[in-house]
Design a protein around this ligand. Structure first.
Ligand SMILES: [Zn+2]
Length: 193
């Protein structure tokens, strides 16, 4: 995860968004960790262990099959739009993925209420992500989890600035307007060909 880690279980949402970049391109880029079951399985095991450590709860027994990867990538992109700073109006966050996702509550030994995904596969990962978004919204942390609006980036970062005013994950690269113009020119050039 580049930049500051999101606090507590919200780190799972940050890790999910950062499994891939926003724009498919033939330029060399970081691999999409949700592109094949092997890489996705390794990512999920690490992300769930991180979540369990951050929340003090057991590691949820979730796995991903090849059929889970497409839906989970769609959830990832919906969250990326949901966490984009400002209201650019570029894209409406599709939130249909949240509907009816089950979360199981339990009483933990220390009298805290525990929560765990109650569905397998991508729906389980999405349920846990949805629960963490809910908790972050209740705690006032959600507005600080942001996705970089540079079209070729989209990285999720946690804004620890005093007034939560950061827009770009890195002003020097993604916030550089020359880069942005060059990127747009390349995209238009590519579309014209
Ligand atoms: Zn960026």
């Amino acid at each position: 995860v580049p930049g500051e880690r999101a606090p507590g279980g919200l780190v799972l949402v940050q890790e999910l968004v950062n499994t891939g970049l926003r724009v498919p391109s033939d330029e060399p880029r970081l691999a999409d960790l949700l592109a094949d079951p092997g890489a996705a399985g390794r990512w999920l095991a690490a992300a769930l262990a991180e979540w369990a450590q951050a929340t003090g709860q057991p590691v949820p027994p979730l796995t991903l099959t090849a059929a889970d990867l497409g839906p989970l990538r769609e959830v990832r992109e919906a969250i990326r739009v949901l966490a984009a700073p400002g209201d650019s109006g570029d894209a409406e966050p599709g939130l249909a993925w949240l509907a009816g996702l089950p979360v199981a509550l339990s009483m933990q030994p220390d009298a805290h209420v525990g929560y765990a995904p109650a569905a397998p596969g991508w729906r389980g990962v999405a349920a846990l992500a949805g629960a963490e978004i809910l908790l972050a919204q209740q705690r006032g942390q959600w507005p600080r989890l942001k996705t970089c609006p540079f079209p070729a980036c989209g990285i999720a970062f946690y804004d620890v600035s005093r007034n939560a005013s950061r827009v770009w994950h890195d002003v020097a690269t993604c916030g550089n307007q020359t880069n942005l113009r060059a990127y747009r020119a390349r995209r238009q050039d590519g579309a014209a060909r």
